[in-house]
Design a protein around this ligand. Structure first.
Ligand SMILES: Cc1cc2nc3c(=O)[nH]c(=O)nc-3n(C[C@H](O)[C@H](O)[C@H](O)COP(=O)(O)OP(=O)(O)OC[C@H]3O[C@@H](n4cnc5c(N)ncnc54)[C@H](O)[C@@H]3O)c2cc1C
Length: 342
């Protein structure tokens, strides 16, 4: 029987690159703070790398009570074995009850390795995290204060709540943009705890010769106005009107997976469960049905305008303003109206 620890802190793996903390770490700290307050425990951030001391204060401002640092030049670049060793050593030592990771390429590589080594559970790509109780019907066993790991399942047809009552730590990954970014508080105080984990050549089997990072063609997350087109736009040429409306409004274009797959626009512009999660002030959805996988990436937008010729299109269920009509007539009028205003 594995000892189940339900007393420890709530941890966030604070992913960094060249000494700059990735946004996902701050977003996770915001949710970790809420979970920890509910449990009455502290929030810990774990950061590993070559030169990381300068960012500890930032992690505290975003909600960490403690920052565990492992500074070592062998950790300059992420590698599976070395980072897994660091995380497992710290988890064994400090026994957090929950560990959260970004569902980034690094988090998606690291979290399963840690889960496997620790014989812990892990839920990938959660869209919500809560604290709650659970009773096992068969045995009547009651479990309190579990991490409820919530995510779409079966192709988005159900929203599943996954629990992990007989293993620790409870672990989850969350995609960037899913949790709101908290406001930093420059008055927050916290503790920085220096840790060391011995690493050898065996832990670094890969020699990194050159690092090339491809920047995305668009930063959808940072855009306040997004004009998204779907398969209903009909062609790459017609998609020009999505660009035109976005430009007229000072926003950016975006797309559904279907529109991106059809080659109307690049994959970087895809919004949704397997694209980017956005929360702009204004989201204009044109010629897209509003499939659950698309809504997963945009339903938190502050105002949603939908243009669709099908009155039963699911996008109308989440839209604040609904225009039922042919996009080929509606969108040119929208562009004209915006241009006349500015
Ligand atoms: C695991 C998984 C992950 C997925 N991830 C994503 C994701 O990240 N993002 C995503 O978007 N999808 C995703 N999908 C796909 C998703 O299920 C839908 O297939 C997709 O969102 C549909 O795109 P669409 O709305 O552009 O096309 P459609 O569903 O074909 O909708 C086209 C819409 O255009 C309207 N229309 C047609 N002509 C006109 C006109 N002239 N004027 C006005 N309206 C018109 C139609 O009424 C219709 O509502 C995923 C699917 C799976 C299984």
């Amino acid at each position: 029987m594995i000892e189940v620890n339900r007393q420890g802190e709530v941890w966030v793996f604070a992913e960094q690159h060249l000494g700059k903390v990735e946004d996902i770490a701050f977003e996770l700290l915001g949710r970790a703070r809420e979970l920890a307050d509910k449990l009455g425990v502290k929030v810990g951030a774990v950061i590993a790398g070559d030169s990381i001391k300068s960012v500890c204060e930032e992690l505290i401002q975003y909600g960490a009570d403690k920052v565990y640092t492992v500074e070592n030049n062998l950790l300059e670049h992420y590698q599976t074995n070395s980072y897994t060793k660091v995380l497992c050593a710290l988890i064994e030592k400090h026994k957090p009850q929950i560990v959260l990771y970004g569902a980034s390429p690094v988090g998606r590589d690291l979290a399963p390795r840690v889960a496997s080594k620790m014989k812990a559970g892990l839920t990938a790509d959660c869209t919500d995290l809560q604290i709650g109780n659970h009773e096992i019907k068969k045995t009547g066993e009651k479990h309190e204060n579990l991490l409820l790991q919530i995510r779409p399942a079966f192709g988005g047809n159900i929203i599943a709540t996954i629990i992990n009552y007989d293993r620790w730590p409870q672990m989850a990954t969350v995609r960037e943009g899913v949790m709101p970014m908290p406001e930093p508080d420059s008055k927050r105080k916290g503790e920085v705890i220096d840790e060391s984990v011995s690493l050898s050549a065996e832990d670094l089997p890969i020699e990194i010769i050159e690092e090339v990072r491809r920047e995305k063609s668009v930063n959808l997350k940072a855009s306040r106005i997004i004009v998204a087109g779907g398969a209903g736009v009909g062609s790459k040429e017609n998609f020009r009107m999505i660009w035109d409306l976005a430009n007229a409004l000072g926003g950016v274009p975006a797309a559904t997976r279907a529109a991106a797959d059809l080659g109307y626009i690049g994959k970087d512009y895809q919004v949704g469960q397997t694209g980017t999660t956005v929360r702009p002030s204004l989201y204009i959805a044109i010629g897209l049905s509003g499939a659950i996988q698309h809504q997963a990436g945009m339903s938190e937008s502050k105002k949603i305008i939908a243009v669709n010729n099908d009155p039963d299109a699911p996008i109308f269920d989440v839209a604040h303003y609904k225009v039922c009509g042919d996009l080929n007539e509606v969108v040119p009028q929208m562009i004209k109206a915006v241009k006349e205003k500015v």
